[in-house]
Design a protein around this ligand. Structure first.
Ligand code: ADP
Ligand code: MG
Length: 304
Protein backbone atom coordinates (compact mmCIF):
# COMPACT_ATOMS: atom_id res chain seq x y z
CA UNK A 1 0.00 0.00 0.00
CA UNK A 2 1.41 3.31 -1.04
CA UNK A 3 0.46 6.21 1.11
CA UNK A 4 -0.06 9.38 -0.83
CA UNK A 5 -3.25 10.58 0.73
CA UNK A 6 -2.33 14.20 0.14
CA UNK A 7 -2.88 13.89 -3.58
CA UNK A 8 -5.13 10.89 -3.27
CA UNK A 9 -3.26 8.87 -5.85
CA UNK A 10 -3.53 5.81 -3.71
CA UNK A 11 -7.26 5.73 -4.32
CA UNK A 12 -7.04 2.74 -6.62
CA UNK A 13 -5.15 0.75 -4.02
CA UNK A 14 -7.23 2.06 -1.15
CA UNK A 15 -10.28 0.70 -2.88
CA UNK A 16 -9.24 -2.66 -1.56
CA UNK A 17 -10.39 -1.39 1.80
CA UNK A 18 -13.93 -1.18 0.56
CA UNK A 19 -16.09 1.15 -1.41
CA UNK A 20 -17.90 2.66 1.50
CA UNK A 21 -14.61 3.87 2.90
CA UNK A 22 -14.35 6.03 -0.19
CA UNK A 23 -16.28 9.05 0.89
CA UNK A 24 -16.83 12.27 -0.99
CA UNK A 25 -14.28 15.02 -0.69
CA UNK A 26 -10.95 13.22 -1.20
CA UNK A 27 -9.05 13.80 -4.41
CA UNK A 28 -9.46 10.84 -6.74
CA UNK A 29 -6.98 9.32 -9.16
CA UNK A 30 -8.17 11.69 -11.89
CA UNK A 31 -7.13 14.67 -9.79
CA UNK A 32 -10.69 15.79 -9.12
CA UNK A 33 -12.66 15.59 -5.88
CA UNK A 34 -14.10 12.10 -5.59
CA UNK A 35 -17.88 12.06 -5.28
CA UNK A 36 -19.53 9.43 -3.15
CA UNK A 37 -21.20 6.84 -5.35
CA UNK A 38 -23.77 5.17 -3.14
CA UNK A 39 -24.78 1.54 -3.09
CA UNK A 40 -27.30 1.38 -5.96
CA UNK A 41 -30.91 0.88 -4.96
CA UNK A 42 -32.33 -2.56 -5.71
CA UNK A 43 -34.48 -2.73 -8.83
CA UNK A 44 -38.07 -3.74 -8.40
CA UNK A 45 -38.59 -4.54 -12.06
CA UNK A 46 -36.33 -5.21 -15.03
CA UNK A 47 -35.80 -3.81 -18.51
CA UNK A 48 -35.86 -2.27 -20.98
CA UNK A 49 -32.11 -2.40 -21.28
CA UNK A 50 -29.82 0.52 -21.70
CA UNK A 51 -27.23 -0.46 -24.31
CA UNK A 52 -23.61 0.55 -23.92
CA UNK A 53 -20.94 0.02 -26.58
CA UNK A 54 -17.45 -0.51 -25.17
CA UNK A 55 -15.50 1.07 -27.94
CA UNK A 56 -11.96 2.04 -28.96
CA UNK A 57 -10.43 1.11 -32.30
CA UNK A 58 -7.15 0.52 -30.54
CA UNK A 59 -6.59 -3.04 -29.31
CA UNK A 60 -5.39 -3.96 -25.85
CA UNK A 61 -6.93 -1.01 -24.02
CA UNK A 62 -9.25 -3.00 -21.76
CA UNK A 63 -12.51 -3.19 -23.72
CA UNK A 64 -13.07 -6.89 -23.17
CA UNK A 65 -11.83 -6.84 -19.58
CA UNK A 66 -14.13 -3.92 -18.83
CA UNK A 67 -17.09 -5.59 -20.54
CA UNK A 68 -16.76 -8.75 -18.45
CA UNK A 69 -16.04 -7.05 -15.16
CA UNK A 70 -18.44 -4.13 -15.42
CA UNK A 71 -21.11 -6.63 -16.47
CA UNK A 72 -20.36 -8.87 -13.48
CA UNK A 73 -20.33 -5.88 -11.12
CA UNK A 74 -23.69 -4.63 -12.40
CA UNK A 75 -25.10 -8.13 -11.91
CA UNK A 76 -23.84 -8.14 -8.31
CA UNK A 77 -26.05 -5.09 -7.82
CA UNK A 78 -29.02 -7.07 -9.05
CA UNK A 79 -28.99 -5.88 -12.64
CA UNK A 80 -29.75 -8.34 -15.43
CA UNK A 81 -26.93 -8.13 -17.92
CA UNK A 82 -26.43 -9.28 -21.50
CA UNK A 83 -22.89 -9.18 -22.85
CA UNK A 84 -22.52 -9.12 -26.63
CA UNK A 85 -19.26 -10.40 -28.08
CA UNK A 86 -18.87 -8.29 -31.20
CA UNK A 87 -15.23 -9.06 -31.90
CA UNK A 88 -14.33 -12.01 -34.17
CA UNK A 89 -11.45 -12.80 -31.80
CA UNK A 90 -14.08 -14.06 -29.36
CA UNK A 91 -12.07 -12.98 -26.31
CA UNK A 92 -15.20 -12.08 -24.37
CA UNK A 93 -16.64 -15.55 -24.98
CA UNK A 94 -13.37 -17.24 -24.00
CA UNK A 95 -13.10 -15.00 -20.94
CA UNK A 96 -16.45 -16.35 -19.80
CA UNK A 97 -15.44 -19.95 -20.23
CA UNK A 98 -17.03 -20.64 -23.59
CA UNK A 99 -15.05 -22.22 -26.39
CA UNK A 100 -16.38 -20.21 -29.30
CA UNK A 101 -15.01 -22.55 -31.96
CA UNK A 102 -17.33 -25.30 -30.84
CA UNK A 103 -20.40 -23.15 -31.19
CA UNK A 104 -22.93 -23.81 -33.84
CA UNK A 105 -24.79 -20.54 -33.40
CA UNK A 106 -23.13 -17.23 -32.71
CA UNK A 107 -23.88 -13.57 -33.20
CA UNK A 108 -22.72 -14.12 -36.79
CA UNK A 109 -25.60 -16.57 -37.43
CA UNK A 110 -27.96 -13.95 -36.08
CA UNK A 111 -26.67 -11.21 -38.32
CA UNK A 112 -26.60 -13.29 -41.47
CA UNK A 113 -29.49 -15.71 -41.16
CA UNK A 114 -32.95 -14.36 -40.53
CA UNK A 115 -34.28 -17.71 -39.39
CA UNK A 116 -32.00 -17.66 -36.34
CA UNK A 117 -33.63 -16.26 -33.23
CA UNK A 118 -31.59 -14.33 -30.68
CA UNK A 119 -32.87 -16.53 -27.85
CA UNK A 120 -31.36 -19.57 -29.55
CA UNK A 121 -27.94 -17.94 -29.42
CA UNK A 122 -27.85 -16.35 -25.95
CA UNK A 123 -26.12 -18.56 -23.40
CA UNK A 124 -25.98 -18.49 -19.63
CA UNK A 125 -22.57 -17.95 -18.03
CA UNK A 126 -21.22 -19.07 -14.68
CA UNK A 127 -21.97 -15.60 -13.38
CA UNK A 128 -25.47 -15.16 -12.03
CA UNK A 129 -27.58 -12.73 -14.08
CA UNK A 130 -24.92 -12.39 -16.78
CA UNK A 131 -25.78 -13.88 -20.17
CA UNK A 132 -23.71 -13.92 -23.33
CA UNK A 133 -24.23 -13.58 -27.03
CA UNK A 134 -21.03 -15.31 -28.18
CA UNK A 135 -18.90 -14.73 -31.26
CA UNK A 136 -16.11 -16.50 -33.05
CA UNK A 137 -13.94 -15.99 -36.08
CA UNK A 138 -16.94 -16.42 -38.39
CA UNK A 139 -17.87 -12.86 -37.46
CA UNK A 140 -14.90 -11.56 -39.42
CA UNK A 141 -16.80 -12.34 -42.63
CA UNK A 142 -19.82 -10.30 -41.55
CA UNK A 143 -18.15 -6.99 -42.20
CA UNK A 144 -17.89 -7.78 -45.91
CA UNK A 145 -21.14 -9.70 -46.19
CA UNK A 146 -23.21 -6.96 -44.58
CA UNK A 147 -22.08 -4.32 -47.02
CA UNK A 148 -24.74 -5.28 -49.55
CA UNK A 149 -27.59 -5.47 -47.03
CA UNK A 150 -30.41 -2.98 -46.80
CA UNK A 151 -30.00 -0.92 -43.60
CA UNK A 152 -26.66 -2.60 -43.05
CA UNK A 153 -25.90 -0.38 -40.05
CA UNK A 154 -29.07 -1.49 -38.25
CA UNK A 155 -28.71 -5.25 -38.33
CA UNK A 156 -27.54 -5.62 -34.73
CA UNK A 157 -30.31 -3.30 -33.64
CA UNK A 158 -32.91 -5.47 -35.37
CA UNK A 159 -31.63 -8.74 -33.95
CA UNK A 160 -31.33 -7.50 -30.34
CA UNK A 161 -34.73 -5.85 -30.21
CA UNK A 162 -36.75 -8.94 -29.12
CA UNK A 163 -34.77 -9.39 -25.89
CA UNK A 164 -34.17 -5.85 -24.71
CA UNK A 165 -37.01 -6.02 -22.20
CA UNK A 166 -35.34 -8.99 -20.49
CA UNK A 167 -32.26 -7.06 -19.39
CA UNK A 168 -31.33 -3.88 -17.56
CA UNK A 169 -28.01 -3.38 -19.30
CA UNK A 170 -26.52 -4.68 -22.55
CA UNK A 171 -22.78 -4.22 -22.98
CA UNK A 172 -21.30 -4.65 -26.47
CA UNK A 173 -17.63 -5.57 -26.64
CA UNK A 174 -16.55 -3.95 -29.92
CA UNK A 175 -13.74 -5.08 -32.14
CA UNK A 176 -10.68 -2.85 -32.50
CA UNK A 177 -11.76 -1.08 -35.68
CA UNK A 178 -14.21 1.57 -36.80
CA UNK A 179 -15.72 -0.64 -39.49
CA UNK A 180 -19.28 -1.69 -40.11
CA UNK A 181 -19.56 -3.95 -37.06
CA UNK A 182 -18.58 -1.10 -34.76
CA UNK A 183 -20.96 1.22 -36.60
CA UNK A 184 -23.71 -1.36 -35.95
CA UNK A 185 -22.84 -1.31 -32.24
CA UNK A 186 -22.91 2.50 -32.18
CA UNK A 187 -26.22 2.50 -34.02
CA UNK A 188 -28.00 0.34 -31.46
CA UNK A 189 -26.27 1.85 -28.40
CA UNK A 190 -27.60 4.50 -26.06
CA UNK A 191 -24.13 5.25 -24.77
CA UNK A 192 -20.47 4.63 -25.46
CA UNK A 193 -17.79 3.88 -22.90
CA UNK A 194 -14.28 4.50 -24.21
CA UNK A 195 -11.58 2.61 -22.34
CA UNK A 196 -8.15 4.26 -22.60
CA UNK A 197 -4.96 2.62 -21.49
CA UNK A 198 -2.81 4.93 -19.33
CA UNK A 199 0.15 5.11 -21.68
CA UNK A 200 1.72 7.76 -23.80
CA UNK A 201 -0.26 7.36 -27.02
CA UNK A 202 -3.58 6.84 -25.27
CA UNK A 203 -5.22 9.85 -26.89
CA UNK A 204 -4.05 9.03 -30.36
CA UNK A 205 -7.04 7.97 -32.40
CA UNK A 206 -9.60 9.20 -29.89
CA UNK A 207 -10.43 12.23 -32.05
CA UNK A 208 -11.25 9.89 -34.94
CA UNK A 209 -13.39 7.74 -32.65
CA UNK A 210 -15.28 10.78 -31.37
CA UNK A 211 -15.78 11.92 -34.97
CA UNK A 212 -17.20 8.51 -35.87
CA UNK A 213 -19.54 8.63 -32.87
CA UNK A 214 -20.70 12.11 -33.96
CA UNK A 215 -21.36 10.88 -37.50
CA UNK A 216 -23.42 7.95 -36.27
CA UNK A 217 -25.31 10.27 -33.93
CA UNK A 218 -25.98 12.66 -36.76
CA UNK A 219 -27.08 10.14 -39.36
CA UNK A 220 -28.34 7.03 -37.61
CA UNK A 221 -28.79 7.35 -33.87
CA UNK A 222 -29.61 10.85 -32.60
CA UNK A 223 -29.84 9.71 -28.98
CA UNK A 224 -26.28 8.37 -28.86
CA UNK A 225 -24.05 9.86 -26.17
CA UNK A 226 -20.58 9.31 -24.83
CA UNK A 227 -21.16 7.97 -21.33
CA UNK A 228 -17.57 8.37 -20.37
CA UNK A 229 -13.91 7.76 -20.83
CA UNK A 230 -12.44 5.08 -18.63
CA UNK A 231 -8.77 5.19 -17.74
CA UNK A 232 -7.45 1.64 -17.49
CA UNK A 233 -4.14 0.03 -16.50
CA UNK A 234 -3.40 2.95 -14.23
CA UNK A 235 -0.27 2.60 -12.12
CA UNK A 236 -0.39 5.10 -9.26
CA UNK A 237 3.33 4.62 -8.63
CA UNK A 238 4.37 6.09 -11.96
CA UNK A 239 4.38 9.75 -12.79
CA UNK A 240 3.65 8.68 -16.34
CA UNK A 241 0.25 7.16 -15.52
CA UNK A 242 -0.69 10.26 -13.56
CA UNK A 243 0.36 12.54 -16.38
CA UNK A 244 -1.65 10.58 -18.92
CA UNK A 245 -4.75 10.77 -16.74
CA UNK A 246 -4.19 14.50 -16.21
CA UNK A 247 -4.01 15.02 -19.98
CA UNK A 248 -7.12 12.97 -20.58
CA UNK A 249 -8.99 15.06 -17.98
CA UNK A 250 -7.64 18.23 -19.57
CA UNK A 251 -8.99 17.10 -22.94
CA UNK A 252 -12.32 15.59 -21.88
CA UNK A 253 -13.18 17.12 -18.51
CA UNK A 254 -16.19 15.61 -16.80
CA UNK A 255 -16.57 12.98 -19.49
CA UNK A 256 -13.76 11.12 -17.75
CA UNK A 257 -15.04 8.67 -15.16
CA UNK A 258 -13.85 9.33 -11.64
CA UNK A 259 -13.32 5.61 -11.42
CA UNK A 260 -9.93 4.54 -12.71
CA UNK A 261 -8.92 0.93 -13.23
CA UNK A 262 -5.53 0.03 -11.82
CA UNK A 263 -2.98 -2.15 -13.59
CA UNK A 264 -2.81 -5.56 -12.01
CA UNK A 265 -1.94 -9.05 -13.14
CA UNK A 266 -5.14 -10.25 -11.48
CA UNK A 267 -7.01 -9.27 -14.66
CA UNK A 268 -5.10 -11.58 -17.01
CA UNK A 269 -5.15 -14.21 -14.25
CA UNK A 270 -8.92 -13.96 -14.03
CA UNK A 271 -9.17 -14.28 -17.85
CA UNK A 272 -7.12 -17.47 -17.75
CA UNK A 273 -9.49 -18.77 -15.09
CA UNK A 274 -12.37 -17.65 -17.38
CA UNK A 275 -13.98 -15.66 -14.60
CA UNK A 276 -14.64 -12.02 -13.86
CA UNK A 277 -12.34 -10.59 -11.23
CA UNK A 278 -15.40 -9.98 -9.05
CA UNK A 279 -15.61 -13.73 -8.42
CA UNK A 280 -11.99 -14.75 -9.08
CA UNK A 281 -10.60 -12.28 -6.52
CA UNK A 282 -13.72 -10.76 -5.02
CA UNK A 283 -11.95 -8.52 -2.53
CA UNK A 284 -9.08 -7.43 -4.79
CA UNK A 285 -8.77 -3.72 -5.63
CA UNK A 286 -9.52 -4.54 -9.28
CA UNK A 287 -12.88 -6.03 -8.31
CA UNK A 288 -13.70 -2.95 -6.24
CA UNK A 289 -12.73 -0.70 -9.11
CA UNK A 290 -15.31 -2.28 -11.43
CA UNK A 291 -17.93 -2.21 -8.68
CA UNK A 292 -17.20 1.48 -8.28
CA UNK A 293 -17.55 1.96 -12.04
CA UNK A 294 -20.93 0.21 -11.90
CA UNK A 295 -21.97 2.57 -9.09
CA UNK A 296 -20.71 5.60 -11.01
CA UNK A 297 -22.65 4.61 -14.14
CA UNK A 298 -25.81 4.08 -12.14
CA UNK A 299 -25.31 7.35 -10.23
CA UNK A 300 -24.87 9.20 -13.54
CA UNK A 301 -28.07 7.68 -14.87
CA UNK A 302 -26.16 5.73 -17.53
CA UNK A 303 -27.37 2.38 -16.25
CA UNK A 304 -30.56 1.34 -14.46
P1 ADP B 1 -9.10 -5.00 -25.61
O1 ADP B 1 -10.38 -5.76 -25.51
O2 ADP B 1 -9.28 -3.53 -25.67
O3 ADP B 1 -8.23 -5.49 -26.74
P2 ADP B 1 -8.36 -6.44 -23.23
O4 ADP B 1 -9.42 -6.20 -22.23
O5 ADP B 1 -8.39 -7.75 -23.94
O6 ADP B 1 -8.27 -5.25 -24.26
O7 ADP B 1 -6.97 -6.26 -22.48
C1 ADP B 1 -5.72 -6.49 -23.16
C2 ADP B 1 -4.80 -7.26 -22.24
O8 ADP B 1 -4.51 -6.48 -21.09
C3 ADP B 1 -5.39 -8.55 -21.74
O9 ADP B 1 -4.36 -9.50 -21.64
C4 ADP B 1 -5.92 -8.20 -20.36
O10 ADP B 1 -5.92 -9.31 -19.49
C5 ADP B 1 -4.94 -7.16 -19.91
N1 ADP B 1 -5.56 -6.17 -19.04
C6 ADP B 1 -6.75 -5.54 -19.21
N2 ADP B 1 -6.99 -4.67 -18.22
C7 ADP B 1 -5.90 -4.74 -17.40
C8 ADP B 1 -5.53 -4.07 -16.18
N3 ADP B 1 -6.32 -3.17 -15.62
N4 ADP B 1 -4.34 -4.40 -15.61
C9 ADP B 1 -3.53 -5.31 -16.19
N5 ADP B 1 -3.82 -5.97 -17.31
C10 ADP B 1 -5.00 -5.69 -17.92
MG1 MG C 1 -11.17 -7.18 -26.83
Amino acid sequence: MINQTQDGLSVVLDLAEGLDGLTAGGIGATGRPMPNFPQPPALTSHGPARIIAMCNQKGGVGKTTSTINLGAALAEYGRRVLLVDFDPQGALSVGLGINPHELDKTVYSLLMDRSTNVRQVIRPTNVKDVELLPANIDLSAAEVQLVGEVAREQVLSRVLRPVLDDYDVVLIDCQPSLGLLTVNALTVAHGVVIPLECEFFALRGVALLVETIEKVKDRLNPGLEIDGILATMFDPRTLHSREVVARVVEAFGDQVFHTVIGRTVKFPDASVAAEPITTYAASHAGAYAYRLLARELIARGDAA
